[in-house]
Write a protein that binds this ligand. Structure first.
Ligand code: DUC
Ligand code: ZN
Ligand code: ZN
Ligand code: ZN
Length: 460
């Protein structure tokens, strides 16, 4: 089937222009004006922006913690993502200690098979990998999982030591893949948590107050040193503060292949939510926590200057009732994470583009093109070009998006953005040529989405 998306403004990471976009089955056939190509279906996009489908490289679905599992599975999470203009997510496959990495990937692939509305990949979270087993990384890279995530936080649960960080970075880098790092000094944070609890500071606000910015920046610095030593690239997830972002920017200035993301919540909310002992504050228990307001301008500045490369959502939802409430009386038992996969584009269009913090082209770069390049999906995904996958978003800047948890297919029972209204609305979304969202309504169904085998990383 051939579709013409007519009369819109096409936006890529580098330019915008008025043109029609032609889709032929799962691929982009042509871009241009006045072309004489037969079509079966015409969509009027006048007054709208036509963008590449979003790539969200940091989403937790069916993701287990010590005591529970994220509220969203592959179906509910990808349905919400589609409504937000995302056509590819990269989910996490968590290694149980001792488990061979290829088995981790197979287990996650089996769980997701036939469940997703949009395309998906996996990063394997490495929690345990002695040097004698490094060859397992070669196998998962061959299977199309070309990035791995490691935690420098959560000792005894997810944290790996610096030696493992070094050897895994080195091997993944040599394979053309990308090591991802959750950078926080986990053992120092654990001391602060134990002291707070011992002093009777057990309410959720103390989550925010026991994870200081300097322990994030220290870990970023340490991981950059290890990456430099090995020659590997490094990608830092969820950078939340000025100090940590500066470490990344300094490394880039020294010519190192160091990349980083931040998330919409660090750009739109701040630590004033950690103000009293109310358990409702558990809504904002995410890691790293929200920071003081001064960090927001610093992060926007780094996004403009390419100190930060990507904005992911770190969608990691847990219900307040039945999940987060496990931490009543002990904040360290609250599962860490918040939802947000559906709202990246409206939040960044409103607070980023409309507020004058970034251009539309930069919005496309940080939500589609850059993650596609870094995670080995480009140019099939992340751009609007002849031959690329027909992953397309029609964004109507005249419409508005009102955020409410009750109206979302996500199964989480609250939103940190509840009641917010953003300028701009995702009107239509195509994933490999199939219209998965039409007029803001979900049309796609579970099983349309496919596992995408990813290639080597490309610098941005
Ligand atoms: N890190 C994440 O990336 N997501 C949720 C919690 C965490 O610590
Ligand atoms: Zn993390
Ligand atoms: Zn430093
Ligand atoms: Zn995460």
């Amino acid at each position: 089937m051939r579709t013409r998306i007519a009369g819109g403004t096409i936006v890529t990471a580098s330019e915008r222009f008025a043109a029609d976009l032609y889709l032929d089955g799962p691929r982009i056939l042509a871009l241009g004006s006045g072309l004489d190509l037969g079509v079966d279906h015409e969509v009027d996009a006048s007054g709208c922006y036509v963008l590449p489908g979003g790539v969200d490289p940091h989403v937790h679905l069916d993701f287990p913690t010590l005591t529970t599992v994220t509220a969203d599975d592959s179906t509910s999470g990808t349905a919400a993502a589609a409504l937000g203009g995302t056509t590819t997510i990269i989910n996490f496959a968590l290694q149980r200690r001792g488990e061979p990495l290829p088995a981790v990937l197979e287990r996650s692939l089996a769980l997701a098979a036939g469940q997703a509305v949009i395309d998906y990949g996996f990063h394997v979270v490495v929690t345990d990998l002695p040097e004698s087993r490094l060859a397992e990384l070669d196998e998962i890279v061959r299977a199309g999982a070309t990035s791995v995530k490691m935690f420098m936080a959560y000792p005894g649960e997810l944290m790996i030591d610096d030696g493992t960080l070094l050897t895994v970075m080195e091997r993944i880098g040599a394979l053309g893949g990308l090591p991802m790092v959750h950078a926080e000094n986990g053992t120092a944070i654990d001391v602060l948590i134990r002291r707070a609890l011992a002093a009777g500071r057990t309410s959720p606000q103390w989550h925010g107050k026991t994870r200081p910015t300097i322990l994030e920046a220290e870990a970023v610095h340490r991981a950059i040193v290890l990456a430099e030593l090995t020659g590997a690239p490094a990608y830092f997830v969820h950078i939340s503060c000025d100090e940590a972002a500066r470490e990344v920017a300094d490394a880039k200035h020294r010519g190192l292949p160091v990349f980083a993301e931040t998330c919409p919540h660090y750009l739109t909310l701040d630590s004033s939510v950690y103000r009293d002992d109310d358990f409702d504050v558990a809504k904002y228990v995410m890691t790293p926590p929200l920071r003081e307001p001064r960090h927001q301008a610093a992060l926007w500045g780094q996004i403009r200057q390419a100190g930060l490369d990507v904005i992911s959502t770190d969608h990691c939802p847990f219900c307040l009732v039945g999940q987060k409430d496990a931490g009543i009386g002990d904040f360290s038992r609250i599962p860490n994470g918040v939802g947000g996969v559906q709202y990246r584009l409206p939040l960044l269009y409103d607070r980023g583009v409309r507020a004058g913090n970034i251009t539309l082209e930069r919005l496309v770069a940080i939500t589609a093109t850059n993650p596609a390049k870094l995670f080995g999906l480009y140019p099939a995904k992340g751009t609007l070009a002849v031959g690329s996958d027909a992953d397309v978003v029609v964004l109507d800047p005249r419409a508005t998006t009102t955020i409410t948890a009750a109206a979302s297919p996500s199964k989480v029972d609250y939103s940190i953005y509840e009641g917010w209204t953003c300028a701009g609305a995702v009107r239509d979304v195509y994933c490999r040529g199939t219209r998965v969202v039409a007029d803001g309504q979900l049309r796609g169904s579970a099983g349309h989405g496919r596992f995408v085998e990813r290639g080597p990383t490309t610098p941005v």
